[in-house]
Write a protein that binds this ligand. Sequence first.
Ligand SMILES: CC(C)(COP(=O)(O)OP(=O)(O)OC[C@H]1O[C@@H](n2cnc3c(N)ncnc32)[C@H](O)[C@@H]1OP(=O)(O)O)[C@@H](O)C(=O)NCCC(=O)NCCS
Length: 184
Amino acid sequence: MQRMRFTVSVLCPLNPLPAMCAMGLSTVIRLRDKRNDPLEIRGCSETALLSLLEMYKSFSPKPASQGLPPLDPEACRRWVRKLLKYAENFLAWREGRVIGHASIMPDQEKKDGEFLIFVDRGHRNRGVGRALTDVALRRARELGLTSIWLTVEIYNFRAIHLYKNCKFQTCSRDDCERTMVYTL
Ligand SMILES: CC(C)(COP(=O)(O)OP(=O)(O)OC[C@H]1O[C@@H](n2cnc3c(N)ncnc32)[C@H](O)[C@@H]1OP(=O)(O)O)[C@@H](O)C(=O)NCCC(=O)NCCS
């Protein structure tokens, strides 16, 4: 099996691993994907709106899963704005372009968070989704959340495979989708 090379280096502190555990907006995690191509994962604020919209503009298929990303450009813009405003977001960058986006929408009362992830079609199956998910889960732990949940369509085999790899467990399912939970 081909493994992701996790040669992590972080811009700010001297020791990369503690730095990864303190994923702030200025943290940059540099790694290589399964094809050995370089990749950066960064936290993200509302200033990344245009770069993120650029990825979703050319995203294919649209919608890809559960109506997301929205096909209508204005609806897509509203959706991305909402995520940037209320959620914790992580972007995968390559050659100055956003190629992947993961997001956790925290619920501080319940101490949980909803997870979603999208990787640009041309960059799938190379470990980008795995890297984004790992970083997002670390951040969720830092935020003091106790679990992360998601829903996924039952025929979205690639996503389900990724979530199982990351130790999400199925807690319910119906004819259309399953709900999976990661306990932190
Ligand atoms: C789901 C998605 C985020 C995964 O991103 P990715 O970068 O391709 O993920 P990774 O490469 O890290 O992992 C994909 C895994 O699925 C496996 N896979 C690929 N196609 C598969 C299939 N048809 N059935 C089962 N597993 C499959 C890959 O081999 C890989 O597993 P491995 O690391 O054990 O080899 C991406 O495909 C995507 O954006 N899809 C469209 C949007 C979407 O469905 N989002 C999820 C909403 S719930």
